[in-house]
Design a protein around this ligand. Structure first.
Ligand code: ADP
Length: 160
């Protein structure tokens, strides 16, 4: 049984992330979607808010679970018996970043493999950072994020 981890900031989750989840859960028996708590980036949403948005979105999927991790992802993977890290790639700059990250993770734990999934062309422009900007200027988010995330973004944007 091959289990995989899909780690990320998910600040907030987008249709691009969900597409990677859909595809990865069809390949691996179990998928752990992990909100990585980043000590250097304080996000728009707290890690707990991101976890709860993902839990709402992924509740229907029996082989997907959602977690928070404030240590190294390779440690989380090992502790949960996962040998695979799944990451998405939208562009060449993404590839370069993901390649470096995969080499670092390989150095930390050679037993864990990174698998990169190219984005579905429908979602290649979706980026959490750009989506936050659209939300701030009250743009239409319906093609970018699911309704619960759009609502949460609207509430954040409405704050003084
Ligand atoms: P991180 O800060 O760890 O890069 P993100 O939440 O930005 O976290 O992204 C998590 C993973 O999802 C990354 O591998 C990223 O490349 C991938 N990803 C994000 N948006 C998309 C998208 N639209 N299509 C495919 N992969 C994506």
């Amino acid at each position: 049984m091959v289990k995989a981890v899909f780690p990320g900031s998910f600040d907030p989750p987008t249709y691009g992330h969900l597409n990677i989840v859909e595809r990865a859960r069809g390949i691996f028996e179990e998928l752990y979607v992990v909100v990585a708590v980043n000590r250097e980036k304080s996000g728009l949403f707290s890690p707990e808010e991101r976890l709860s948005l993902l839990q709402e979105l992924l509740a229907p999927y029996k082989n997907v679970s959602v977690h928070l991790c404030d240590s190294l992802i390779v440690n989380f993977a090992r502790e949960h018996g996962c040998r695979i890290l799944v990451r998405g790639v939208r562009s060449v700059p993404d590839f370069s970043y993901e390649f470096d990250l995969s080499i670092m993770n390989k150095g930390l734990d050679p037993g864990i493999e990174t698998i990169l999934m190219p984005t579905d062309p429908k979602y290649f422009v979706l980026r959490s950072s750009a989506i936050k900007e659209v939300a701030f200027y009250r743009g239409d988010l319906s093609s970018m994020v699911p309704p619960n995330v759009a609502e949460a973004l609207k509430r954040k944007a409405a704050r003084p």
